[in-house]
Write a protein that binds this ligand. Structure first.
Ligand code: HDD
Length: 726
């Protein structure tokens, strides 16, 4: 029997895409028909000042093509950035649970394409807005395409897909004036939220620092729903998917996020592109939480409820393999824009559950692609093709590419020798899990979903104090933008059921009171059933260490960006030493000065400026360093931009370092203020993120201490000491 299974390796997709790539190098320009073009600056006219002639096929073709270049943007997740890579399992330990080969064969590197996105904003909106981030992965496996279409937050706003259109309408810009762009901070969203108790857990995550990631490379990914693994014997196990970045989860601070939206609206996209370009390949470990079918009702929440997590204390993560993103796309439209995901793209060994949110998604994704592509043939677009060959009787339709041979375009047939054949389960045919289902037709949700606050409370209880502060401030911003006092009031009512402490802290910032007895009826139609009865005494936790970014922090300086501020007269030796130490730690450094051009050291050497103050800002770096050097420091002292640069980085909790005369500069920039200087001895004290070397002994440790400070990511203790915008 002929097998339609290629030998898949990490290069399979790249090789396949090669057949579609076009390289203009050393080529003549042609029309779409392949005819060489001899002039493309003027159209064909009746005389030099005359009208266009219809026979100008080149102009008509060029203009028509341009006029039809745009396709509808995604109705949500319109703005995204893509990357190619591969996935490789660590071992075959998942065989016990799933027959999906790409998850169980440690010798296979499965090619994949990932698209990260914001949800609310249009294609041209800013990257750093407060929003959920999409994290969609298409695995081109040897058994067909598998799509894991997740987010960077493990829960969702709603429990039933029938509410999705309402949610999106409410969060998108207002229908009358199309404002605000890419933001939930307006009356319609919070009106909807305040009438939907099931939203509360998600709201906590969205107000948290998770919603303003520092980088796509530094955020988690979650499948969100509970899915099913199916093993060779047909046994099912519930599974939740988690991507964990090896760089750890890190976020921006809100002030920084807002400024970046103006200074570099492409911040996250650029960061991903440049990291891959520089060889800092983003890596994510795939982890699973596994729950035996018989344990389905052992928790105090329903596994089918997408507004709940399974706390890792109850079901720990099991690492199963690693994804590496190692190639930027060649063409944004062809790849990142045209990639089409669908949570129903499944391979043998992975199946869905009855999660009512997931069930609705299984309809929506293909439907929305039809709107985007205007054809059912979008699966033939190169980025969407599987690396397996495709054989079926789907033919015709707009833009059909495949040339199906033979007469038999139906099944069963004898004319075509009964081909293509059916594949039984043992030949790789997809067999749906034979779950027993029965019930009455009813528009209702199980009573087991009617628990809307306990995990929101768990989330709040699990935060560190700086994280709590950020959530409160985010609520002040979001609800502060809401004009209706009634809506603000209602939302604080919900917060009072999450935590009185939280509610009070929010209320005082937005001019409302905390109600004593708040009750808001759910819009869901909850009905008691078997599941809700069985779950009554299920397991839960009040606090979990795994939802806090701070408690679960990965400390590394890898791929961190450091600005070196200097002017003529800096200490060349010191700069070189620190630069080398940063390089050794995997960080990158850029020279920032008032103007572009060459900067001369006190000893005569020259270094070229990478960025001038007008083109950059402290918000574009993770840390800053100012080398010693009398003249350089004197010049920096007179530069408002430099002082602002240092001050702002300090306020954003970043590691900042200087030596010698630079300490005077730090004092002038207000980063070694009253709280940090020991008045009696006159000796400068600093928090761990302010690294100074005043003498030779300190100079020895200087670079190491600076790198340790960078690894910490942010130094929140500053927030306690002064008013820091965050
Ligand atoms: Fe969705 C896109 C993730 C709920 C309907 N969704 C989309 C993308 C991601 C997610 C990452 C962008 C894919 C890409 O990069 O092209 N969506 C989620 C997650 C959800 C979720 C993690 C909850 C757990 N989505 C959800 C529901 C519905 C949709 C409940 C509708 C019933 N989502 C869509 C969509 C989109 C989409 C309208 C828009 C563009 C697209 O599909 O391709 O079908």
């Amino acid at each position: 029997m002929k097998a339609n299974k290629p030998n898949v390796n990490q290069h399979s997709k790249d090789k396949q895409l090669d057949d579609f790539r076009e390289d203009p190098q050393d080529q003549y320009m042609t029309t779409d028909q392949g005819v060489r073009v001899n002039h493309t600056d003027d159209h064909l006219k009746a005389g030099p000042r005359g009208p266009l002639l219809m026979e100008d096929f080149h102009f008509r073709e060029k203009m028509t093509h341009f006029d039809h270049e745009s396709i509808p943007e995604r109705v949500v997740h319109a703005r995204g950035s893509g990357a190619h890579g591969y996935f490789q399992p660590y071992d075959d330990s998942m065989k016990e649970f799933t027959k999906a080969k790409f998850l169980t064969d440690p010798n296979t590197r499965t090619p994949l394409f990932v698209r990260f996105s914001t949800v609310v904003g249009s294609r041209g909106s800013a990257d750093t807005v407060r929003d959920v981030r999409g994290f969609a992965t298409k695995f081109y496996t040897e058994e067909g395409n598998y799509d894991l279409v997740g987010n960077n937050i493990p829960v969702f706003f709603i429990q039933d897909a029938n509410k999705f259109a309402d949610l999106v309408h409410a969060i998108k810009p207002d229908p009358d004036n199309e404002m605000p762009q890419a933001s939930a901070a307006h009356d319609t969203f919070w009106d909807f939220a305040s009438l939907m108790p099931e939203i509360n857990h998600m709201i906590m995550w969205v107000l948290s620092d998770r919603a303003i990631p520092r980088s796509f490379r530094m955020m988690d990914g979650f499948g969100v729903h509970t899915f099913r693994f199916i093993n060779e014997a047909g046994k099912a196990t519930f599974v939740k998917f988690h991507w964990k970045p090896t760089l750890g989860v890190h976020s921006l601070v809100w002030d920084e996020a807002q400024k970046l939206a103006g200074k570099d609206a492409d911040w996250l996209r650029r960061d991903l592109w440049e990291a891959i370009d520089m060889g800092h390949y983003p890596e994510f470990e795939l982890n699973v939480q596994l729950v035996p079918e018989e344990d389905e009702f052992k928790f105090d929440f329903d596994l089918l409820d997408a507004t709940k997590i399974i706390p890792e204390e109850l079901v720990p993560l099991r690492p199963i393999g690693k994804m590496v993103l190692n190639r930027n796309p060649d063409n944004f439209f062809a790849e990142t824009e045209q990639v089409a995901f669908h949570p129903g793209n499944l391979v043998p060994g992975i199946d869905v559950t009855n999660d009512p949110l997931l069930q609705g998604r299984l309809f929506s994704y293909i439907d929305t692609q039809l709107n985007r592509f205007n054809s059912a043939n979008f699966g033939e677009v190169p980025i969407n093709r599987p690396v397996t060959t495709v054989h079926n009787h789907q033919g015709a339709g707009f833009m059909r590419q495949t040339i199906n041979k033979g007469k038999a375009n139906y099944w069963p047939n004898s004319i075509g020798g009964g081909c293509p054949m059916m594949a039984p389960g043992n030949q790789g045919g997809y067999v749906h899990y034979a779950e027993k289902v029965e019930g009455h037709k009813i528009r209702a949700r199980s009573e087991s979903f009617n628990n809307h606050y306990s995990q929101a409370t768990m989330f709040w209880n699990s935060m560190t104090e700086p994280e709590k502060k950020h959530i409160v401030k985010a609520a002040h911003f979001e609800l502060g933008k809401v004009e209706s006092k009634e809506i603000r009031q209602r939302m604080v009512g919900h917060f009072s059921k999450v935590s009185m402490d939280f509610a009070q802290r929010v209320a005082e910032g937005i001019g409302v009171e905390v109600p004593k007895n708040f009750d808001q009826e759910s819009t869901g139609n909850y009905e008691a059933d078997d599941a809700s009865k069985k779950m009554k005494s299920g397991k839960s936790v009040k606090e979990t260490k795994f939802v806090s970014i701070e408690k679960d922090k990965v400390r590394t300086a890898k791929s961190r960006k450091v600005a070196i501020l200097l002017e003529d007269g800096y200490d060349y030796c010191e700069v070189m030493q620190v630069k080398q130490a940063l390089k050794d730690a995997g960080a990158s450094a850029k020279i920032v000065s008032k103007f572009h051009g060459m900067r001369k050291a006190s000893t005569g050497e020259e270094i070229e400026t990478d960025k001038s103050h007008i083109t950059t800002g402290s918000i574009m770096y993770d840390a800053i360093y100012i080398p010693d050097g009398e003249k350089s420091i004197e010049a920096l002292m007179k530069e408002g931009d430099a002082l602002h640069f240092i001050n702002e980085a300090f306020k954003h909790g970043k590691a900042i370092a200087t030596s010698g005369k630079g300490i005077e500069l730090f004092k002038k920039a207000d980063v070694l203020g009253v709280d940090f200087a020991d008045k009696t001895s006159g000796k400068v004290k600093s928090d761990k993120g302010v690294v100074t070397a005043g003498n030779d002994a300190e100079a020895k440790e200087f670079a190491t201490m600076f790198i340790d400070a960078i690894k910490e990511h942010r130094h929140w203790d500053r927030e306690e000491k002064m008013m820091v915008p965050a």
